[in-house]
Design a protein around this ligand. Sequence first.
Ligand code: NAD
Length: 363
Amino acid sequence: MIVGILKEIKVEENRVSMTPAGVEVMTQHGHTILVEKSAGAASGFTDEMYLEAGAEIADTPQEIFSKSEMVMHVKEPQKSEYDLMRPGQIMFTYLHLAANQVLTEAMIRSGSVCIAYETIQKADGSLPLLTPMSEVAGRMAIQQGAKFLEMSKGGQGILLGGVPGVDPGNVLILGGGVVGTNAAKMACGLGARVVLLDTSLDRLRYLSDVMPKNCFLLMSSPATIRDRIQAADVVVGAVLIPGAKAPSLVTRDMLASMKPGAVMVDVAIDQGGCFETSRPTTHGDPTYIEEGVVHYCVANMPGGVAKTSTLALTNATLPYALEIASMGWEAAVRENPEIRLGANVVSGKITYKGVAEAFDMEY
Ligand code: NAD
């Protein structure tokens, strides 16, 4: 199959959907890979590296769309690309269609086969193409929290790990899923005193077996959050209620009881945020201060560490890309239930219930 790798054009998106190592694997399996000129540059991959791995370089997105049977992106197609998609062409990328009616209608009109990274799902309910980005965001949350605790960044001037003779910082993490657990690991590794809250007793039991001794696990409730937030130097928002807007767990009133210069990192901002005072920010201007507390609410955190994120994402997408390219989309969807759940729009028809329901459209 001819597979096209586009250069990302969404603002602040520096990832690329296939690495040279991935190209080598795909070409070994007999596929032809077209990579748009400088597609990997922001992730540290030059055109020469792609050529050495066996790719061909295309000068324009038009060339990618006109020659490829499958087109891979990281982010959803942008408006300038809507009319370039062709009937029967496979689009394999993050789509998040339920949040974007204009895009959904464009995908329907295109007649393409839209397989979304985010709805590919394993039998145990896990989302293998979302997990790596949650791992990145969780780990990055502590790095950002530590950075913005520095005085020059508006923080209170606390070193999270402390030093001998001086207390470490306190980290409060709301949600013990993929993001929260990865944040807790990083904070524990730095030597902070970590409190992690979740509403699932099973999850708390599991985490109590695997987390280090400086991670304290508590049942999440408004009372516990109100109590623990007073001592927190960094608060990480990492909750998810599938299919729903994030709950507002930290109210504006609670901020008044916090230390001035504490840092709140709302990773759940892409689902609306779990602090009442959160609003989306960008890598270019990541923080603002409300009630004396620094807020970091970047909706696309993995884009800030594009090299790590590209490698983590492509580790997860490559086996699926290879399967779709080798079998063709019809056989891949028929034989692999994980890929079947990824199919959101096929040849002008919505094939994913959540998308149809979001816009009251036929399914
Ligand atoms: P997950 O499903 O693995 O974990 C969510 C956890 O929240 C679950 O363990 C659940 O029990 C817990 N939870 C639900 N309600 C709670 C409450 N009231 N108090 C405490 N815990 C509660 O999800 P995840 O992969 O860890 O993702 C977490 C959030 O981070 C999601 O909103 C996701 O979209 C977001 N995210 C954002 C970025 C970014 O760049 N900003 C990147 C990746 C993920």
